[in-house]
Ligand binder design. Sequence first.
Ligand code: MG
Length: 429
Amino acid sequence: MGSGNQRNTQALGSYFAIIDCNNFYVSCERVFRPDMRKRPVVVLSNNDGCIVARSNEAKSLGIAMGTPYFKAKKLLRENNAGVFSSNYTLYADMSERVMEIIEMFSPECEVYSIDEAFVSLRRLQEQPEVWAGKLRKTILSWTGIPVSIGIAETKTLAKIAGRTAKKSSEGVFILPEESDKRKQILEGVMIDDIWGVGRRLGLKLRNIGAENARQLSRIKPETARRRFSVNMERTVRELRGEPCFSLELAPPAKKAITVSRTFGRPVSSLKELKEAVSFYAVRACEKLRDQQSRAVVLTVFANTNRFSGNAYFGKEVRILPSPTFETSEIIREAEICAEKIFRQEKRFVKAGVILSGLMPLNCSGPGLFDTSSKRKKEKLMETIDKINQINDAGITWAAAGIKKPWKTAANRKSPRYTTCWKELPQAKA
Ligand SMILES: [Mg+2]
């Protein structure tokens, strides 16, 4: 931990803020349904299975996160609750709007999940509470989404401040400097509610006598590292007010991923069109995983020569059942699109796949939307990507065709010097 002096010289400007949308999915629904403002509202997971978002009124009814809908149905009906199936396209779009406003207010911004962003207050020109109040008001009036803002010296502490902010009427909370109040707040945060701890580590920490954030902050950092990991040491230091986790300023993820090509020769069979579209879907999914996102909207298009007599442009849009980056699932949908687009007498010269409604990986609350079998399939995808990165022959999908007679001619392409092991430039001595 930094010495006492160091702390005092730290201007408030070096603080972090977390901006967290309140009950995000519910708030999105309420924007377009003002009649739902005062009523309990819940949002259901894929296939209306479980409750994945609750308004405060629904929380007060005692409905827990992840409750199967059928178990809460009666209670919800008795309380005149609003019940919505999830609308990921809407949530992804609302999220983008909120994040754009946050970026206007603070150029150093890490979009942490669909409804949360960390920002650095390093270069802040005004009082943090004034800044936060303005940001909160702007987001509310431009998008209709209420947010809470927690501010503290480290990301871990900002998360804790955010919890208090959520309960306060102003929606903004700055963690006070060393004081009884601060101790009290840290004592009120249970061990597994600390950012980066979770249930499994929480159990182990309880065994060594750390049941809340204050107790964890008092463990020696060296002990935390020895008995757990470097990350645990960092968490301990962060709880003591020493920043260890910096903002992850990833390059802004693309808002849509497009893979399209002109065919090497016209395609007039459904089989070949499906193969081509599947092949582009494979590439698009790789890009999707590469930028750590899932998609909810799939667009497939194919067109004939537009200078020919009766040019045809076919397009199909599918909303996927839940956000995914899983190739086989997207291929399946892409093939359905291809079937709809296909016309017997047409000669297609180009096709493409667009993935949009993109969401960062960590936004979909693991374990809530995803069945464990889905999670397993996604793990498999990640493994295949790793294999394909080092081995160019790699693993491919049968649906994408083996010979690919329609493939764009690229006989004169230069080697992929930097991205493929087999094509690395060779030096001879
Ligand atoms: Mg939230």
